[in-house]
Design a protein around this ligand. Structure first.
Ligand SMILES: Nc1ncnc2c1ncn2[C@@H]1O[C@H](COP(=O)(O)OP(=O)(O)OP(=O)(O)O)[C@@H](O)[C@H]1O
Ligand SMILES: [Mg+2]
Length: 266
């Protein structure tokens, strides 16, 4: 094995859709934070992992939830052996060490999180730690990345313009057909001839507007389907378990999906 192959192996596989890699790298070099938007399972997390490895940056991912506070990100004093000791949160850790701090589903986090994000994501690049009195300046190799799914967003949970407008935005969607075929082949080892109908099936499901699905079949689910097929499950059963059940609980919608699945495999 030559050296190039080893280097490639260390970088998680990511199939680009457009200029997102160049845009991300440029944002990093210019010290600009990035916001990734797109439906579930379309490659946002994989993209960040790929870019972090490509740029040689540590990646610190935080899955945001509705209880996540600013202190969870910055850190807090904890009791250790009778003494209180400051413990850095993941954001502070990233700012001190450099690398990418990736806040996944950031719209879920509590509103006070924006207070720490604002000075860090404009030209100041500062993280004030009120409790310790420190004012940390982000190093050149620190980058803030956030992602969210605009589909689930309700008006209460959307980001304020003053937060959104601190980020460069990259819109993600399901990959184009040929790219998606290559992704499924590469991720699962299923041969191309069997990947093509799967991708066509997913594209038909995504176009089924009248079933009222919350979201279409993701690339992630296609990878699951192909994985089951590679392990010997029949295409029909694999598709039922990955392209029907995870998409809906409604009998009528499931029947509609089954029709499309049958048309592909029977
Ligand atoms: N462009 C791509 N290149 C390589 N793999 C991809 C790509 N897009 C999707 N995948 C595959 O789909 C899977 C799901 O992608 P990923 O976890 O990045 O989705 P996501 O957009 O972060 O979803 P969520 O919003 O639910 O977190 C990956 O594990 C990978 O197998
Ligand atoms: Mg993700």
């Amino acid at each position: 094995m030559d050296a190039t192959v080893i280097v490639d192996d260390a970088i998680p596989f990511y199939m680009p859709s457009g200029n997102e890699c160049v845009l991300f790298e440029t944002a990093f070099r210019q010290g600009l934070p990035v916001m990734l938007k797109g439906p579930t399972g379309c490659g946002k997390t994989r993209f960040v992992a790929h870019m972090a490895a490509r740029l040689g940056l540590a990646l610190n991912t935080v899955a945001c939830h509705d209880d996540l506070t600013a202190a969870d990100l910055t850190g807090r004093f904890l009791l250790k052996g009778g003494e209180t000791q400051w413990v850095d949160g993941p954001l502070t850790h990233s700012v001190r060490q450099g690398g990418i701090c990736y806040l996944d589903e950031v719209v879920e986090a509590r509103k006070d999180v924006t207070v720490v994000l604002h000075p860090l994501t404009d030209d100041r690049r500062l993280l004030p730690l009120e409790r310790t009195g420190e004012l940390l300046e982000a190093p050149d190799n620190f980058m803030m990345v956030i992602s969210y799914n605009p589909g689930y967003q309700n008006i209460l949970k959307s980001l304020k313009p003053s937060t959104r407008q601190r980020f460069i935005g990259i819109d993600f969607d399901y990959p184009a057909a040929e790219q998606e075929v290559q992704i499924i082949c590469k991720e699962t080892g299923l041969d191309r001839m069997r990947c093509v109908p799967l991708v066509n099936l997913a594209r038909s499901i995504r176009n089924l507007k009248d079933l009222d699905l919350e979201e279409g079949a993701s690339t992630r689910l296609l990878v699951y389907c192909a994985t089951l097929m590679m392990a010997g499950i029949s295409p029909l059963e694999a598709a039922q378990a990955t392209l029907i059940e995870p998409l809906s609980d409604e009998e009528s919608a499931k029947e509609g999906l089954l029709e499309v699945v049958r048309a592909t495999f029977e």
